[in-house]
Structure formats: C-alpha cells, structure tokens
Ligand binder design. Structure first.
Ligand code: ZN
Ligand code: ZN
Length: 225
C-alpha cells in the first residue's frame, strides 16, 4: 500500500519508514495523501517549503481541502520532502483502519508540522478554507482564511514586538483579525503589544497543541469546538 513507504535521506542515506498523515475533512472523515513508493525524497529548502501544498479530495463527501505537503525530519538535520503520487493525490481517500478525531494534534518535528498544527487549530475554530496568505509576513509563514490573518513562526527565537505590530496592521488592512502562533514564545514587549492590540498569541508545544498565552487567545480558545 502507498500509505507507508520507505524514504531514504539524501544527505546521510538513512532509511525511514514514513506513514502518510491523515487530516480531518470538514465532514469528519480522514483524508490522506497517496505516497509514491517509486519516487525519491528531495531535500526541503526554506525558500520552497511554505509554497508547497497539496489538494486532497475527501472520498466520503467529495470536498477538496489543502494541506502542507508531507515531509520528514531526519535525525541528521535534513528535512525531506516525501514523494507523493501525483496521479492519486487528487482523489486521496481513507487510510485503511485509521480514524482521525476532529481536532487531533500533530507532533511538531519540522516547520511544516507547525503550519499543520496551526491549520488544524484554525479548522477547530470553524475556519474551513485556510490557505497560504498572499502577503508574506516578516518571518515565518502567513496563512489566511475569511476574517483571519495568521502568522506561524517556527523559528527558535522569541517573537519580537515588531512582528505582532506588522501582523496587526496586515489584518487591519484586510478587515480581519490577526492570530499569531510561535514555537519559541514571545518577547515581553511583544506580549504587551499584543494585549494592547487585542492580538491572540499561541505557543505550539512539541506535541502540536496550541496553548493560548494571552487573554485574547484564551477568549478565542474558549470558542474552539
Ligand atoms: Zn539524514
Ligand atoms: Zn469529507
């Protein structure tokens, strides 16, 4: 089956077994990409990775949703893009024997996992059509859905106040609300600014669960289904 394949690291030659992640469709059924057992993994560079999304069609309801392309973090430090079957991807359906709870978390090993965790959380808030933002943020990855502009910062340093201000301005320009997700937390002045501007801040813990870290985020989290 192409739900699990062997992936060879391009840098160190280590082989990994990789199982396709399954994502929750809006209808609740799991959707998963078809992996290509004959394809070769390629190294992911930071310039390209946030632009690669795949469309997955739900076998149960026919809806198409977009998710970050699968990738794998090798212990040697290389991030690998997992080959996806280009023919089958458009009609990917159920992974045999798997059931995905509506709001599951993804363990965070790569920057893309951080994006996926944020997308899952946004869907829990009712934002079904999350896409990549047209405007790139100062750092990290920009996501957008009707009414919200989202910045995901997968870097290891605390988010500066400037990022919160820029996110707020971008959101204002689009009559949307800005939400920020960080792996490494926020600088003291960034938190103060976010409280002032009513920008919800979340920290993604390594298990992929977004934790609200200020009052606007706590209020928003209470509305998550
Ligand atoms: Zn490796
Ligand atoms: Zn569906």
């Amino acid at each position: 089956m192409s739900g699990t394949i062997s992936v060879c690291c391009t840098a160190c030659g280590r082989r990994h077994r990789y199982t396709a992640p399954s994502y929750p469709c809006a209808c609740g059924a799991p959707v998963a990409p078809e992996l290509d057992p004959r394809g070769a993994a390629t190294e992911v560079t930071h310039r390209a990775w946030d632009e690669e999304w795949i469309g997955l069609r739900c076998a149960a309801c026919g809806a198409e949703s977009h998710w970050p392309r699968p990738e794998l973090g090798c212990p040697c430090g290389t991030v690998l893009c997992v080959p996806v079957d280009p023919v089958a991807t458009g009609r990917a359906g159920r992974v045999p024997g798997s059931r995905v709870p509506a709001h599951r978390a993804v363990p965070i090993r790569t920057a893309r996992d951080a994006v996926t965790a944020a997308v899952l959380y946004l869907r829990g808030l009712g934002h079904r059509n999350v896409r990549r933002a047209d405007q790139r943020p100062l750092s990290g990855i920009g996501l957008a859905a009707p009414g919200v502009v989202v910045q995901v910062d997968p870097t290891a340093g605390p988010v500066p106040a400037r990022d919160v201000e820029c996110l707020w301005l971008t959101a204002m320009a689009e009559s949307a609300r800005g939400l920020h997700f960080s792996l490494a937390g926020y600088a003291e002045d960034a938190r103060a600014r976010a409280d002032l501007l009513d920008v919800p801040l979340f920290v993604l813990d390594p298990t992929g669960v977004p934790r609200p870290v200020n009052a606007p985020a706590v209020a928003l989290d209470a509305t998550a289904g």
